[in-house]
Design a protein around this ligand. Sequence first.
Ligand code: UT7
Length: 336
Amino acid sequence: MFNKHGRLATITGLGIGLPDTVLTNHDLEKMIDTSDEWIRERTGIRERRIAGPQQATSDMAAVAAKMAMEQAGVEPGEIDMIILCTVTPDRFVPMGASNLQEKINATRAAAFDLNAACSGFLYGMAVAQGLIFSGRYQKILLVGGETLSRIINYQDRNTGILFGDGAGAAVVVPSDDEHGLLAYDLGCDGSGGDLLQVPAGGSRIPATRESVEQGLHFVQMRGNEIFKLAVRAMVRSVDQSLADAGLTREDIDWVVPHQANQRIIEAASSRLGVGRDKVIINIDRYGNTAAASIPIALYETAQRGLLKEGDIVALTGFGAGLTWGSAIIRWGRLGE
Ligand code: UT7
């Protein structure tokens, strides 16, 4: 279908790349002053995946990307744009997307990283939609990939329990019909940037012996304050994108939220009036994988056969920046 801008963007392939190593709450009990019971009750997490010493973001992203391309029936040489959503690229320079481009041999693709933290995949969907509307790009590989374990201080129980590693990928192409991304909403409030940050390693506080000794290259988070903001912003954002799509809360078939904390997800979905049976939660197995969490959850939802053609799927997330967003998709068909 054409809307006022052009053809809709639709997902035709999904894939995931997860490290094999599992870090359980019981493992963490031996590392920090915490308990399996506290972590489960306060976050819903039981375990998370941790990258091996030789594994970086582009490795997991490449596994996810190959799976997504295979499902979509797209050859690497046909991909014309790669968007890697990440806060943990292999290196600062060059960008992670160029490592990914090389690994999957996507020789025709332009590529760039997108850093919008946990909202990355939502920002990426919006950019993919815009590129498709432009008529210039036809086969976009949109990947969320993170190796958060590299920037987590496993002595800090505020953050050490929460995060995990992994990647999820989607092939996004112009839709032939009315299926695809109907509307999205994105937001940012830089005044909350200090609530979730890695203080050093950038141009403000470059990496020095002192910065490393002080642990300033690790994630610092004021989780409690983020919690309340996240619930409010996600509900507002979903309402906004539903309105833009000409739909209402009752039209939602599935909510696939960023997996930051089970209590955040439950509070937001209950405020939206969406039943627990329509909300996808896999945080118990992966923890918070930032930009990777929505595509991993979307992959698993599709894999379980839950997504039917025509279903209205609401994606939403909130994270460092602060950033937030939502996307309303009329689900189409995976495969060629
Ligand atoms: O990806 C998007 C960005 N991130 C988020 O969305 C994260 C949002 N925030 C959260 O998920 C939660 O705030 C946390 C899971 C990080 C923390 O849960 P909370 O319910 O907000 O706990 P809290 O920080 O208010 O701490 C409550 C108590 C404190 O003890 P006192 O002061 O009441 O005695 C903490 O010291 O729990 C204690 N605590 C812990 N206890 C055992 C904090 N972390 C732990 C822990 N194990 N790991």
